[in-house]
Write a protein of this length. Sequence first.
Length: 146
Amino acid sequence: MAIIYRESIIQLETVEEYPVHPDKYPTITHARMAFVKAEISRPYDQREGWITIWLAKGYLCSLGFFHEAPGFPGVEVNLQEADMMAIAQIPCEADSMMIQFTKIVLQYLIDTGYVSGTVVDLIVDLPISSTTTTTTNTTTTTTITV
C-alpha cells in the first residue's frame, strides 16, 4: 500500500539562489501554478476575457514534494482573450481534469515565452509501513506511518 501524490510543475531552465542566506536555503529549481483568476468574455458587454496566473517558485524536498520558497518572488502572467482561445484549442489526454488543465497551461506559458523551463510530472510514491486506526465515541483517527 502506498500514498501517491501527483501534480504537474515546471522545472526551471535557470536555477535561482535565495537572495537572503543562500547557504541556509535550497536553490530554487521549480515553479507551480499557485492561483488562477479568470473572467470569461462578455460580448454583450463588450468586455474581453482574461486570465491571470500566479506561479510560485520553490524546490523539491528530500521526499520529492514541491515546497514553495517563502518570501521568494513568483511569476505573475496576464493572458488575454487570444491566449485563452489558444489554450482552449489544445487537445487533452485522458487524465485527471485538473492535472491536465495545469499541464496544458504550464506548457502554454513555456511555449509563449512567459517562463523558461520544462513541464514535468511530479509523482511521489510513499510506501506505508503501518496504519493504526483508533475509534473513541464518534471520532475515528487513522495514523499512517511512512
